[in-house]
Design a protein around this ligand. Structure first.
Ligand SMILES: Nc1nc2c(ncn2[C@@H]2O[C@H](COP(=O)(O)OP(=O)(O)OP(=O)(O)O)[C@@H](O)[C@H]2O)c(=O)[nH]1
Ligand SMILES: [Mg+2]
Length: 299
């Protein structure tokens, strides 16, 4: 059976469609592909449970690095890396914190087979925040123009990644957002939904930066904007890291765009969410106003 596909010309039209309720897992973004073969490729991808695959990866308009932090993701890592590379022509950095399940060895094998993939091994679980900061530093050193954050657990759909990157032409930060029109979460229980909603409501009340999904971990930053922030002052780790980074971007006067995504609960592996991560956000948010001055770092 041919799946019900929605064909659009480019990523701006894709965004409009998702906002209006189209499920992005049924979206064929032509971007120059021939419609008949693009439809066929997407239908094959969907039949293989790999989503609406393009004929060949979408070309990123900028030199892009996708950073994937991993801790015990042995069953997710290879599939997510292959999926990302099928949707977007990009490089990938895996930051593994000495995962006891052997994720680091899988990462090494992937990197040895493909020059687009780099691995950074760290000693022990040092947290998401410092993993991303290490990724941002490497993106700058190696001259990338965009750096993306993405989870390894398929909560962030690989077919949404090209849309985030393409829509970054007029925003220094693009957030894959669950809490704008067209976005949602799939598969979370009531408690998990309330925790996420509550954290976002709390953040909006406390610092009201206009961002709806402050804790989202699916993002695309301009590397040169990150360079103008005081990243050495960022201490937060879990959700608080995402809240703090978004706030720093806003306070520096940069533009933020939220694009709707469907966030799907992880199917494989264990959550690293903990009370400690929630408490960190609770304590940090009220301090941000004082901690983060307006303006940019002088270089
Ligand atoms: N390098 C590194 N990666 C981490 C660490 N903690 C979590 N991760 C990774 O960060 C990403 C997000 O973590 P998750 O456990 O999915 O956290 P979450 O998305 O908030 O929670 P659930 O999806 O509900 O389980 C995943 O790719 C994890 O493997 C860490 O301390 N170090
Ligand atoms: Mg997750």
């Amino acid at each position: 059976m041919t799946p019900d596909l929605h064909v659009v010309r480019d990523f701006a039209a894709a965004d409009t469609a998702v906002r209006a309720g189209t499920d992005s897992s049924r979206l064929v973004v032509l971007c120059g592909q021939d419609e008949t073969s693009a439809r066929a490729a997407a239908a094959r991808g969907i039949a293989d449970h790999r989503g609406p695959m393009p004929e060949r990866p979408h070309q990123a308009p900028w030199r892009t690095l996708v950073v994937i932090p991993t801790y015990n993701e042995k069953d997710n890592l290879e599939p997510i890396v292959q999926a990302i590379l099928a949707y977007l022509d990009t490089d990938i950095l895996i930051v593994d914190d000495g995962s006891p399940d052997g994720t680091g060895q899988i990462a090494d094998r992937l990197a040895a087979a493909n020059p687009k993939i780099t691995v950074l091994h760290r000693q022990g679980k040092l947290g998401l925040g410092t993993a991303y900061l290490a990724g941002f530093a490497l993106a700058h050193q190696r001259g990338y123009e965009r750096v993306c954050e993405m989870d390894a657990d398929f909560s962030h759909a690989p077919w949404d990644l090209p849309r985030l990157v393409h829509l970054s032409h007029d925003a220094e930060l693009v957030i894959g957002s669950r809490y704008v029109r067209g976005g949602n979460t799939v598969g979370w229980d009531f408690k998990r939904r309330m925790l996420s909603r509550g954290a976002n409501l709390y953040t909006r009340m406390m610092i009201g930066s206009g961002i709806r999904d402050n804790t989202a971990g699916f993002r695309c930053f301009h590397v040169n904007a990150l360079q103008q922030l005081d990243l050495a002052a960022v201490a937060a780790q879990g959700y608080a890291f995402q809240i703090e980074m978004a706030y720093r971007i806003v306070r520096a006067g940069f533009r933020v765009k939220e694009v709707p995504i469907h966030f799907v609960d992880r199917q494989v592996g264990k959550s690293k969410m903990s009370g400690k991560i929630a408490r960190e956000a609770l304590m940090l948010v009220p301090k941000l106003r004082f901690k983060v001055p307006r303006g940019r770092k002088r270089s």
